[in-house]
Design a protein around this ligand. Structure first.
Ligand SMILES: [Zn+2]
Length: 137
């Protein structure tokens, strides 16, 4: 079980990143933190760009985040055309953790505002796929 189950946001397939799906199935979004230098990664990475350590630990992302930027997509990668248009967002959580993902369609265009509070929500999709989206906090 790996990233092929993660339907919406494209992640590079990395065997060590499989716990990402395990966390999602518990309703939790998680990234990795380097034990060497403390750098946090989302999407999770099995090793650290900064100090090249592969000693990383999983950290859950909690609480509310703030919308930093967003973009509404009119074109999508192959396989995602049926969802158009949708909005992708960059949200900053505690400790400056930045998470990239899709904004829920429950959030209306006119409600979207930089700095608005958002939380993530894990969504189970057909065909045993799983993803997350951002909703109003
Ligand atoms: Zn490091």
């Amino acid at each position: 079980m790996g990233f092929e189950k993660f339907g919406i946001v494209s992640f590079t397939s990395q065997t060590k990143a499989t716990p990402f799906i395990d966390h999602l199935e518990r309703g939790v979004l998680a990234g990795t933190k380097c034990k060497g230098c403390g750098t946090f990664y989302f999407p999770p990475r099995p090793d650290c760009y900064h100090c090249l350590s592969s000693d990383v630990e999983w950290r859950e992302i909690t609480g509310k985040g703030k919308l930093i930027s967003y973009s509404t997509l009119i074109y999508a990668p192959t396989g995602f055309e049926a969802d158009l248009p949708y909005t992708i967002a960059l949200v900053e959580f505690d400790n400056k953790v930045k998470v990239f993902g899709r904004l829920s369609k429950e959030v209306k265009d006119e409600e979207i505002k930089i700095g608005m509070e958002l939380k993530y929500s894990v969504v189970k999709l057909p065909n045993d796929r799983i993803t997350y989206e951002f909703k109003k906090a």
